[in-house]
Ligand binder design. Structure first.
Ligand code: ADP
Ligand code: MG
Length: 255
């Protein structure tokens, strides 16, 4: 099987009047279809930059980023982006927020709308379709934001610290929700997080980046003996602490 995403020897520097910021140095990795990858590393090391390069918002100075074997990222519907802020519009109802991407891409049709309806029902938001974002809890808003992203049926999801604005309790349950949704929809995802527990409990594989300019310091395969556990359940397994400690040590060695 060919990888869905292939990053080959990618480097990137920002150029500005103030000077040059060397953000990524010779990054290579592959992501298979259906995999859930977490990316972690020190603050400011280049994690968001990596996602921007994958999405095609930025072009690498050196190296290549191939999605489905192709370097051309002008047809960007294959990639969904979810950020820390949910970017829901208060002047639109939840329903009109989740159909926004489809509307912009002229993809509103009975099939796509039926898919939206099903997701709103499956993910507990159908009662809120006519509510405004401010009437929803933080966790519900992130679910709405995820449905909006999934509505375009992206091949690959890029999640840039999407839970970090939520309080701890909400974060735990939203992680469970999002993880269940992504597994059910068989999505491939790359999650940037500085929360090691989140990385260990959600990912199949964790990339640890070094300080800037980020190199890949370590790739950690995450496997729990029990299968099909939710992120919350994984937190109670013995492997959880082992992986957490490994990662902790890895990140502190890089400091
Ligand atoms: P992370 O997401 O890991 O916190 P970023 O990828 O956002 O880090 O940033 C990596 C480095 O590049 C940081 O030092 C940041 O200040 C710098 N940087 C990010 N965006 C820009 C930009 N548009 N122009 C110049 N420097 C930037
Ligand atoms: Mg960032």
């Amino acid at each position: 099987m060919n990888p869905l995403l292939e990053i080959n020897h990618v480097s990137y520097a920002y150029h500005s009047k103030a000077g040059e910021t060397y953000a990524l140095s010779d990054i290579s990795f592959q992501v298979m279809k259906g995999e859930f990858i977490a990316v972690t590393g020190p603050s400011g090391c280049g994690k968001s930059t990596l996602l921007s390069l994958i999405s095609g918002l930025l072009t690498p100075d050196a190296g290549t980023v191939l999605l489905d074997g192709k370097a051309d990222r002008s047809l960007n519907a294959d990639i969904g982006y979810m950020l820390q802020k949910d970017h829901l519009f208060e002047w639109r109802t939840i329903y009109r927020n989740v159909i926004l991407g489809l509307e912009i891409q002229h993809k509103l049709n009975p099939d796509t709308l039926a898919r939206i309806d099903k997701m709103l029902t499956d993910y507990g938001l159908s009662r809120f379709r006519n509510s405004r974002p401010s009437e929803l809890s933080g966790g519900m808003r992130q679910r709405a934001s995820l449905i909006r992203t999934l509505a375009l049926n992206p091949e690959l999801l890029l999640l840039d610290e999407p839970f970090s604005a939520l309080d701890f309790q909400t974060r735990l349950s939203v992680c469970d929700d999002v993880s269940a949704i992504l597994r059910k929809e068989k999505k491939t995802a790359i999650l940037v997080t500085h929360d090691l527990s989140e990385a260990v409990s959600m990912a199949d594989r964790i990339l640890v980046l070094s300080r800037r300019p980020a190199r890949i310091q370590k790739i950690l395969d995450i496997q729990f003996e029990k299968k099909g556990l939710s992120p919350l359940q994984k937190r109670n397994e013995p492997e959880f602490r082992e992986y957490f400690n490994l990662l902790w040590k890895e990140l502190n060695d890089s400091e």
